[in-house]
Design a protein around this ligand. Sequence first.
Ligand SMILES: [Zn+2]
Length: 390
Amino acid sequence: MVEFEFWWLLVIPFFFGLGWFAARIDIRQIISENTDFPVAYFKGLHYLTTNQYKKATEAFSDAVKINNNSIELHFALGNLLRRTGQIDRAINLHNEILESRELTENQQDSVKAELAQDYFKAGLYDRSEELLLNLKKGKYYQYSLGTLLQIYERQRDWSKAISTALELEKSSGISFRKNISHFNCEIATEHLLNNNFVEAKDALENALNEHKNCVRANILLGDIADNQGNFEDAITFWKKIEYQKPEYLGLVSSKILNTYHRQNKINDGLSIISRYFDIYKLKTLLNVFYETVIQNEGAVEAEKIARNELIQRPSLAALERLFQAKAMRNSNELENIELIQQTLKNAIGNRKFYICNECGFKARQFHWQCPACNSWETLPSEPTDIILDE
Ligand SMILES: [Zn+2]
């Protein structure tokens, strides 16, 4: 066991003290050097440090009226307005600066960058895009590309998103492979809606070329093959996921079983899913396996699975399944067993959520892109059981 080093506890108050001291010095210095700063400015600072953003905004508005020359003050105010959701006021402020002042080229670019962010936040993507395309140089190159990428994603303009991500990857050195593969999958999905299977397959092959671990592309390629009656091909695509990211196998387990079922080869399907479960222990695999066994092989076999799971990984869900299987095969005390099972089921409730690793958003369904923060593949492949505080 690693021993905790207690002297660290002393470091924290020391840095606290240091921060407090530094803050005092700073403010005193500002006061002595800039006697022309209005009182409202310091009021604004005070509100900022106490997280009262609305009041800070008003104080800075007053400060700007008194000290109209300071461009930095205008920037601070603009930023605050945007942060507090007063986007129309931020837009007016930034436009006013652009129109009514003599600005250096650098300053103009800074204001335009702020304005582009205002328009983006307001959902006025065309205006934001226009500004960003002009800013795509020098200091604002990566900033512009990054915001443009977000705009094209929101507009679902996937080909522009791909070219922007490629440019951004080149200039920043950060990989956008995963994003680009999803953009190709989105293109494929749109083709699928119009039954353009050839174009959809092309897009999915692009996705795999851009990112060989693109699970989503193999799922969709399997769906297309399945839809066209090529069952063996479909299963081959879905099985590839084991060698890409096996944690996503839960997403194809029902598909695999259904396809085997339609060929009257359910046992082949069950042995694949049971092997996956033995190795990867994913709850989704167990659920699908259990449901299929109870439908196809009956309650006796299902009960064995539930009991085995209960012994190895005790959980209310496994207990509920055990009673479900028991209720199906036992006519003695049937009413009691059903009562126990229903009570367990109600107690467990539906508390399965996919929680975004990036922003913490709780989704009922799996999504490739987080509905809240728009990040790709940040929802886990398996849901988590959580109890909500209500
Ligand atoms: Zn998120």
